[in-house]
Design a protein around this ligand. Structure first.
Ligand code: EPU
Length: 421
């Protein structure tokens, strides 16, 4: 195993480039299963989750891969598709369940391992399966696998119980090749949903309303391969805004999507951080003290749960007290005990955290538990006095491309080491 060793206290200065979005790339890669002919994806981040998606496509009969060792372009082409998504791959990345709908749409049958829970919550997929059943799929559970069959999927009028990002993406894919019209109501409005719909429309799909709470998909009989560039990663960008701000630094976050980060930037502005959008990204700097704020995570366009842990580090060092309400996942506070080990003053009660700002965090060995918790520990380490060792960083490698290289380039003292412990 590897760990990151960080010597904190250096204000970050310089330019950090944002990579392509992991959470947009995953469903878009799986959408290759729906296409006839080769497809080329640009701006794909080089991450462990992307390798898992590529492996999954290969197992399903859609060979895919980066076109060279360092670049960000993936080519894929669906051949003779196979219906089984094995547990070995689904258990390492739960987004793999999104292949169920495309397989049903193309093959009329599928056998896809049911993902289990994960560190941040139980994360069931009943909204996905109920909606696919409404489209005519017959689904049953067999030895931990969802086994499905159908004739051609039929358009349906589907109302989600709450806006689910994966559920909305899953049904957009399935409905694109269904017979007739599908309406998804109470749909997720996240920019990654929009990116998937835009990609499918480029391939010949007829999707409208993406980015609103009602998405209309008129099924088509076939989709062709295209060339598409994945949107920038708004959460990676937000993580770097937080890292620059917490160190009292002065950075340019190149390629930072501004509109998609409206809620995050508004909250950071309230905390006293200066953010200046410009043509190529956002300039971030902070000279004054951080101020405490109250924040609640919500579906887009609200404050994203994927930035909650990172913002909490800023709160931990802010004047006065702050509160966080986590409304999306039931167990997304795994970073709290680790931040407390570094001197943060945080009280947890159910889905609410009360954070009293302290003057200083101190370096400590800490343990990463999930992707965004890991990012928050890195940010805390950059701000802390002394040495922080973030263990179990394989979580970080799922979602942040070359994080230590990017941070080192703006002056952070950070290195990757083998962890013998
Ligand atoms: N939920 C259900 N039943 C369902 C579907 C969802 O109860 O059938 C619950 C979930 O357990 C959760 C809430 O609904 O409590 C929202 O889940 P959603 O389906 O919106 O999330 P997701 O699609 O599983 C994606 C991102 C997450 C991000 C969430 C929320 C990907 C691959 N993952 O997950 O990203 O936190 O949306 O924005 O796109 C991350 O990148 O670190 C990450 C966890």
């Amino acid at each position: 195993m590897e760990k990151l060793v960080i010597e904190g206290g250096v204000p970050l200065r310089g330019t950090i480039c944002v990579s392509g979005s992991k959470n947009a790339a995953l469903p878009i890669l799986f959408a290759a299963l729906l296409l006839d002919g080769p497809v080329t994806f640009h701006n794909v981040p080089r991450l462990r989750d992307i390798s898992t998606a590529v492996a999954m496509l290969g197992v399903l009969g859609c060979p895919a891969g980066f076109t060279d060792d360092k670049g960000h372009t993936i080519r894929a082409e669906a051949g003779r598709l196979l219906p089984e998504a094995p547990y070995e791959l689904v258990k390492t990345m739960r987004a793999s369940v999104l292949v169920l709908g495309p397989l049903l749409a193309r093959l009329g049958r599928a056998r896809v391992a049911l993902p289990g829970g994960c560190a941040i919550g139980a994360r069931p997929v009943e909204q996905h399966t109920r909606a696919l059943e409404k489209m005519g799929a017959v689904l049953e559970l067999d030895s931990g696998y969802i086994v499905g069959r159908c004739d051609r999927l039929r358009g349906a009028d589907i109302t989600f119980d709450f806006p689910t990002v994966g559920g909305t993406e899953h049904l957009i894919m399935a409905a694109s090749l269904a017979e007739g019209d599908t309406f998804l109501r109470n749909a997720a409005r996240e920019p990654e949903v929009v990116d998937l719909a835009d990609f499918l429309n480029a391939c010949g799909a007829r999707i409208s309303g993406q980015g609103t709470d009602t998405v209309h998909i008129r099924g088509v009989s076939g989709l062709r391969g295209e060339t598409y560039s994945i949107m920038p990663d708004r959460i990676e960008a937000g993580t770097f805004l937080a890292a620059a701000a917490v160190t009292g630094g002065d950075c340019d976050i190149a390629g930072c999507p501004v509109e998609e980060l409206t809620a995050v930037m508004a909250k950071m502005g309230e905390m006293g951080i200066s953010l200046e959008p410009h043509e190529n990204g956002v300039a971030v700097h902070r000279t004054g003290p951080l101020r405490g704020v109250d924040m609640t995570t919500r579906p887009y366009p609200g404050f994203p749960t994927d930035m909650q842990a990172q913002l909490m580090v800023l709160m931990a060092l802010a004047e006065g007290s702050s509160t966080v309400e986590e409304k999306i996942f039931e167990n997304r506070f795994m970073h709290v005990p680790e931040l407390s080990r570094m001197g943060a003053d945080i009280k947890l009660s159910g889905s609410r955290a009360v954070i009293r700002g302290v003057r200083q965090l101190t370096g400590a060995p800490v343990m990463a538990s999930d992707l965004r918790a890991s990012a928050s520990l890195v940010i805390a380490g950059l701000a802390a006095r002394g040495k922080t060792q973030v263990q179990r960083i394989y979580h970080l490698d799922r979602g942040y491309e070359g994080i230590e290289r990017k941070l080192e380039q703006v002056g952070a003292r950070i290195r990757r080491e083998r962890d013998e412990g």
